[in-house]
Write a protein that binds this ligand. Structure first.
Ligand code: BGP
Length: 468
């Protein structure tokens, strides 16, 4: 393992901060969406969440005691620019300044995610948010406010978190705000995220800040279902429509040809304006790392003309295992169950070797260092009568993935940092508080949101102490 790999954890503003309308913060699309009946598991929301806004010192103290080397968190746009643009809210800036200073004082490197899904509602209302190119100027301005205020002390920036997830769940699957099903908006929206990333990377470099910058993609490597040439071709086509589609435009500045032909023919989208490729390519060259959030792999098979579509079944957001459904594009591909691996209670495939396999692919395709910005296990944890939480399954999950990462480094992959998802338990967007990821248990039923160290907390602490 490269000596410089930093061991850390990650979070996102909406999932931990709470204080959803305090100190001048305006409402984001998530603050409103969670109030629509039936949208989230049992109507859970982030109004209070972990109350990290008021308790960040206690959380940082726990990080320090663990020996965490890097902590990735996101900025809530609505805290620092309540109108989306214009007047800066000093109280929002103060909160993040305090958090950054507290981290640094405790020997933990802060890493900022600029956008982790909580768009100001006012920009959604004004011009339709990500569906409009107007987002580009507002986003770049928002990023510039972040750089001006925090880049003196923060040296690692992740511009976008999982753009394909927030776009596709909003514009294809009706599962994220603004729930506006329209494949053209999905394709254009994704293109706009890439343009925002590119503008912000260029801005950061032009201003000469002395840190590194990239974006994080939800990376799910895939295997063909068999050695049948039809499955192998289906897998290749799937990746050109999704996996490489999502990555190439960020890290090469172009779309895979098969995917572009398919989407242009079918939807006449995305709309690519003069100068877009130039911008995207110039930023791809300056990008410092590829961020990946790795949870699982998929198996891809050929899908006959009368086969499954992208609809059907519901998403497992209650943790009742066994709700996996095949989805795909008739005549092209479908994703099927992997019978060689175990699944979590939320039907996510557990495949540690997949992260090695995927990172080696990324090294060959892009040749850039990798920042693992999320990896972790969502599970039901049991709080024992004596206050202990014995999450041996999480220890196994994380240590198996770290072993695979070590193997990848032997195969030449440069890993800058590894951040688990997550440090404390937090709100899972659609799955409520019962799907837990943290090293630190939070008793969401108790009034004071008691923090307790899980068994995995002590394990990761020892692991970091011994440098892996
Ligand atoms: C990623 C998000 C995180 C986090 C994680 C776990 O997609 O970037 O914010 O939520 O997945 O997902 P979930 O909470 O759905 O289990």
């Amino acid at each position: 393992m490269s000596k410089k790999t930093l061991w850390g954890s990650a979070s996102a503003a909406y999932q931990i901060e709470g204080a959803y309308k305090e100190d001048g913060k305006s409402l984001s699309i998530w603050d409103n969406y969670v109030r629509i009946p039936g949208k989230t598991y049992k109507g859970t929301n982030g109004d209070v969440a972990c109350d990290h806004y008021h308790r960040y010192k206690e959380d940082v103290k726990l990080m320090k005691e663990m020996g965490l080397q890097i902590y990735r968190f996101s900025i809530a746009w609505t805290r620092i620019l309540p109108n989306g643009r214009g007047e800066v809210n000093q109280k929002g800036i103060d909160f993040y300044n305090n958090l950054i200073d507290e981290l640094i004082a405790n020997g933990i490197e802060p890493a900022i995610t600029i956008y982790h899904w909580d768009l100001p509602q006012c920009l959604q209302d004004e011009y339709g948010g990500w569906a409009s190119r107007k987002i580009i100027d507002d986003f770049t301005n928002y990023a510039s406010v972040i750089f001006e205020n925090f880049a003196d002390r923060v040296k690692k920036f992740i511009v976008m978190n999982e753009p394909a997830i927030f776009i596709n769940l909003a514009y294809l699957l009706d599962l994220h705000p603004p729930c506006d099903k329209d494949p053209v908006k999905a394709l254009n929206g994704y293109h706009h995220t890439a343009l925002c990333h590119a503008k912000v990377v260029n801005l950061y470099k032009e201003k000469g800040y002395d840190g590194i910058i990239g974006s994080s993609i939800a990376f799910g490597p895939t295997y063909p279902a068999s050695d049948d040439p039809k499955d192998i071709e289906a897998n290749k086509n799937h990746n050109d429509l999704h996996v490489w589609w999502e990555m190439d435009i960020y890290f090469k500045g172009e779309y895979p040809k098969y995917g572009l032909d398919y989407y242009q023919k079918k939807f006449n989208a995305p709309v690519i304006e003069d100068g877009d490729y130039e911008l995207l390519k110039s930023a791809a060259k300056k990008n410092d790392f590829i961020g990946i959030n790795y949870y699982q792999t998929a198996v891809i098979a050929y899908n006959p003309e009368d086969g499954v579509g992208s609809e059907g079944g519901k998403m497992n957001n209650d943790g009742k295992k066994g709700q996996f459904v095949e989805r795909g594009i008739p005549g092209i591909y479908k994703s099927i169950k992997n019978n060689n691996v175990e699944y979590t209670d939320w039907d996510w495939a557990i495949d540690p070797d997949g992260i090695r396999y995927g990172m080696v692919q990324l090294k060959e395709r892009y040749g850039q260092p990798i920042f693992i910005s999320e990896n972790g296990l969502g599970a039901f944890d049991k709080l024992e009568a004596d206050g202990s939480i014995n999450d041996d399954y999480r220890i196994k999950f994380i240590s198996d993935h770290i072993d695979a990462i070590k193997q990848a480094t032997k195969e030449g992959v440069d890993v800058l940092a590894y951040c688990t998802w997550s440090f404390t338990d937090l709100l899972s967007w659609l799955n409520g508080y019962q799907k837990r990821y943290g090293f630190v248990h939070i008793d969401f039923d108790s009034k004071d949101l008691t923090r307790r160290k899980k068994k995995s907390y002590h394990w990761y602490k020892d692991f970091i102490k011994n440098n892996g």
